[in-house]
Each structure stands twice: as C-alpha cells, then as structure tokens.
Write a protein that binds this ligand. Structure first.
Ligand SMILES: [Zn+2]
Length: 529
C-alpha cells in the first residue's frame, strides 16, 4: 500500500508538496512556494517575519504541520507545542528526499525551510538554475533553495528578550543528487561548490541519483524553464509517475513525447498529472512566437523592448534570433547573462555571450557600492559587451532590450523616443495584484509615448484581453486540455490524480470512458493506492 498526501497543489496552481509513503521510505514530490495561499494574507510590504522563523508560516497555514522535517535553526522557542493538537499535525522523520521537477519557485521555493540533510533529487540543469537564481536574486529567507545561512538567537542591547539573527558563521549547502552526474566538467563542479554571495560556504559536492532507497526514473520533459523532468517511482503498489509541469507544443516537445512512451511502458499504477491549462483548447507554438515577433519588430524604427518571463531561455533564444534577423542587438540584463553562462556549463549548444555578435549586456544605471561577486564577474568576463543607458539612448534603433515591468525604472535614463515599441510576450494577469501592475505598465507606456504590442488591455467588465491582431506572442509553459488528455490516455495509468489545477474536475468529465480512475484529493488529504 502506498499513501500519497497532498500538502499543496490541490485546487491551486503551484505550491506542489506531495508526500509519498511506502514501506521502502518517504519522498516528497516537489516542495513548492504556494503563491496563491500567500496572497490571501501577504503582499509586498506585509510578509512573514524572517526573524520569527517557521512560526508565521505554520500559524498562517502556509507550511504543513510536520514536525521533524524543517531546519531546527528556524524553530523559535517551544514552537511545536501549539501545533501538536492541530488537525493535520504529524511527527515525520526519515525523509528519503525531495524529487524536484524544475526550478520554478512554486515547485522548489519551500525547500528553503527543510533540514539540510534531506537530499534533493533533480536534473543537473535544474540544480544549476536553482543556484543561479539564488546567487543572482534577492536572498530572502524563503527562497534559499540551494544554500542558507543558519540563524542564531542573540541578546540585543536594551531588548528584553533575544532576537533571531543571521549567524556570521557562513552558509551551508544542501545535498543535491543529480540524474546525470558523471558527465559534469570540473568547471561545472566548481560553479556548484562556490559561493558567490557569501564569503564562506560549507559546500556539498553533487551526488548521484542512484543513492536513493527507491528505484527512480527521471524523464526530461519540455516546460518554460530548461531542465524540467517528470519522475517515476517504483513502489510496492507499482510505478507512480509524477508529471511536474509540462507541454507538448514547445521547442523541446519531443522530450515530453518520449516521456509519455517510456512512462506508458511502466504500466503505472498512478499518474499525478498537472492541469494548469485544462481549460485551453489549443496552444501557440514557439515558432509562431518567432514569426509574430519578427513581423512586429522588423517594421519598428526606434527602440524595441521585449518583455518575456524570467528564466524562459527558449524565449530568450527566440528573441535572439529575431535580433539577428532584424539586425539589432539583444540587450539582456546581467542576471540573464549569468543564467546563460551557467547553462552553458551543461549544454554547450547554449550561445557563448563572448562569441555572439547579436548579444550585449545592459548595465543598470544605479549600482550598489559593492556588487556581489557574480555580478562583478559578469562585468569583467564580458567587459566589451556592456552597454549603458546612454549607448541605448543614442542608438535606439539598434537594440531589443529585454526588460520586464520590474526594470522600467531604467527608462528615465534611456529616454526612449515616442513611438518606440513594447512587445509583450508573456501571460495575461491572473489576479488583482498583477492587474494593478498591468495598469501601471500601461501608464509607463503612456508616459514615454511607447507603443504596446501584444499587451493585454482591460475591458469594461474587468477582464484582460490581448487585441485580436496582436495575439500569438506567447507560448505557454503548460499543455492545453486536449494535449493533457493525450498524455493521460497514452500513459494509461490505473489511477490519475490531478494537481496544479483550478479545474481538476476536467479529468473526471473527460476520462470517464477511458478506464482510468480519476481521484481528486482533498487539500492536506491522503489517497491510498
Ligand atoms: Zn513551472
């Protein structure tokens, strides 16, 4: 008998945390950051208190009440006493590991809170991207997926009680086990074990996936971030396959096709399948994004800004091709350059920034007095590739700038000419906070006289829609309804359990004649198979 408990990802998109228990051991399938649950209580200026450790997250129901799996340095005082009578409280020890599907934070973020000796199983690309994101991002206490600095209680002068502060002892790295460890270069291993933000890091070399008590299969799939995979776990009830996030219509759709074939051969007892876009009837392919973006940008004379999702390397390469074909230079931000440089350690087909004529790096105008070492290294390694606001200002027709809403603060320094083009190549707003940002984005465009293309416009009834003639600039990271039904019916599991979906009933409605038993788990609920 295998027990699957769904601590996240039920009725919500993201936040997947599925506990698999068998007599062989216990595994978590992803351990993600539940954005929608956070939004119920928090926003930019109201966040869980870092100094309160796990307390806020447990009280607000953002982390499962599982004593024994979390970092002890985040347990303040007699933390667990108040939760021992809670409905879903459990003491849980001896976790064999986390099977991480990809480096999007809604799947990986809460790994930050787990004990460092719990291994994380992933593809090497996912491990490296997770580290690059952490190295180059804001190291807030709930996004320390690869390494963290433990907290210690200190008596502050004049305070009645001690406070929890970041220790000065240096960082500790988590143990990652990767599926293709043997092919790693020395340079790649060095990247993994080197701290770029902290002076000291107690590093842990990458280990091999074969160390797990379970027989595992790692199937690469296509998604809007490189390195994504699905997992197969051999249990006493048969194979359990967990899809993570996937699509068939992307540049690497063949990976997903081959996962389907191999998973079907396992005749799985259960398939845990994502359902983000079950309501969509069709998808736009990445090639169409190229065609549409090329058409829009080829006619432009002044500056072009391209706004696409962070870490979507396929989209970045699509715009790089558009830049080559429209004789412009693609100006990327340092964090994107760092991501490309990191990915090249594993995938030599990723372009080398130094050798790529159509690629330059935009240096932000205002900088910290002492930039982190990753950033200094980017500026040093590619010193002849750096462009400044004044370079873009005086040669506006030469560039495609890769900016998103969060980078618009550079525009007063660049002063784009009126009529410059803002190409929007991402998804429409999904909640009120994002809608507010879209209204601000429209105001920015108005302020500088920029022409939006592919940008969702708010209708009178409050819905957002891309004008008909400007559609086709975004290929989703997720398969559409008919593709997901194909995944299910070709793998043909005995049991299908939907996750990562707001409409899981879709599978019940559409698979009733398929011989597949669809089970909808309850939040924090268990399914036995
Ligand atoms: Zn994802």
């Amino acid at each position: 008998m295998v027990k699957l408990t769904f601590y996240g990802g039920v009725g919500e998109i993201g936040g997947n945390k599925v506990l698999l228990e068998d007599d062989k051991g216990k595994l978590f399938l992803d351990f993600g950051y539940p954005y929608s649950k956070y939004r119920n209580f928090y926003e930019e200026y109201l966040k869980p208190r870092a100094g309160a450790g796990l307390l806020d997250l447990l009280v607000m129901g953002l982390l499962p009440h599982l004593e024994g799996i979390y970092r002890t340095d985040l347990e303040t005082g007699n933390l667990w006493q108040q939760f021992r009578r809670a409905e879903h409280y459990r003491k849980l020890e001896d976790i064999d590991g986390i099977l991480l599907t990809h480096a999007h934070l809604d799947h990986s973020g809460h790994i930050s809170f787990l004990r460092e000796d719990i291994s994380v199983y992933a593809t090497a690309t996912t491990a490296f991207i997770a580290k690059a994101i952490q190295d180059s991002g804001k190291a807030s206490f709930d996004q320390q997926v690869c390494y963290f600095t433990p907290r210690v209680e200190e008596c502050l002068k004049g305070w009645k009680q001690g406070a929890y502060v970041v220790s000065s002892g240096g960082g500790r790295q988590r143990r990652f086990c990767v599926a293709n460890k043997s092919g790693l270069s020395e340079e790649a291993e060095n990247f993994w074990e080197r701290a770029t933000r902290q002076k000291k890091l107690a590093s842990q070399p990458l280990d091999d996936i074969g160390k797990c008590n379970f027989n595992l299969r790692c199937f690469p799939v296509d998604h809007s971030i490189p390195g994504a995979c699905a997992w197969g776990i051999e249990t006493s009830s048969g194979w359990v396959v967990y899809s993570g996030d996937l699509r068939l219509h992307g540049k690497r759709g063949k990976l997903t096709e081959s996962m389907i074939k191999q998973a079907a051969q396992l005749h799985p007892r259960a398939l845990i399948l994502e359902g983000t876009n079950v309501g969509k009837a069709a998808n736009i392919a990445e090639e169409e994004v190229y065609e549409n973006a090329f058409k829009a940008i080829n006619d432009a004379r002044d500056l072009v800004i391209a706004d696409f999702p962070a870490r979507d390397v396929d989209r970045l390469l699509t715009f790089l091709q558009v830049a080559r074909d429209t004789k412009r230079k693609l100006a990327i931000l340092p964090r994107d350059a760092y991501l490309l440089k990191t990915m090249r350690l594993l995938e030599p087909e990723i372009p080398d920034i130094a050798q790529e004529d159509s690629l330059v790096i935009y240096q932000e105008t205002t900088a910290a007095r002492s930039p982190d070492s990753w950033l200094r290294n980017i500026y040093q390694d590619y010193s002849n590739k750096i462009v400044l606001a004044k370079d873009v200002r005086s040669n506006q027709g030469d560039f495609i700038l890769c900016f998103s809403f969060w980078d618009l603060n550079e525009l007063p320094s660049i002063q784009p000419r009126a009529g410059s083009l803002y190409v929007f190549s991402s998804s429409e707003p999904h909640n009120e906070e994002q809608a507010m940002d879209f209204r601000r984005l429209h105001n920015w465009l108005w302020r500088f006289g920029l022409r939006g293309f592919g940008l969702p416009v708010e209708r009178r009834n409050g819905t957002w829609e891309i004008p008909e003639e400007e559609k086709g600039l975004h290929a989703s990271g997720h398969a559409c309804g008919p593709d997901l039904l194909r995944v299910a019916s070709e793998i043909q599991p005995e049991v299908l359990i939907p996750v990562h979906s707001q409409e899981p009933e879709f599978y019940v409605d559409n698979l009733s004649d398929s011989g597949i038993n669809v089970i909808l788990p309850a939040a924090d609920g268990a399914v036995e198979i």
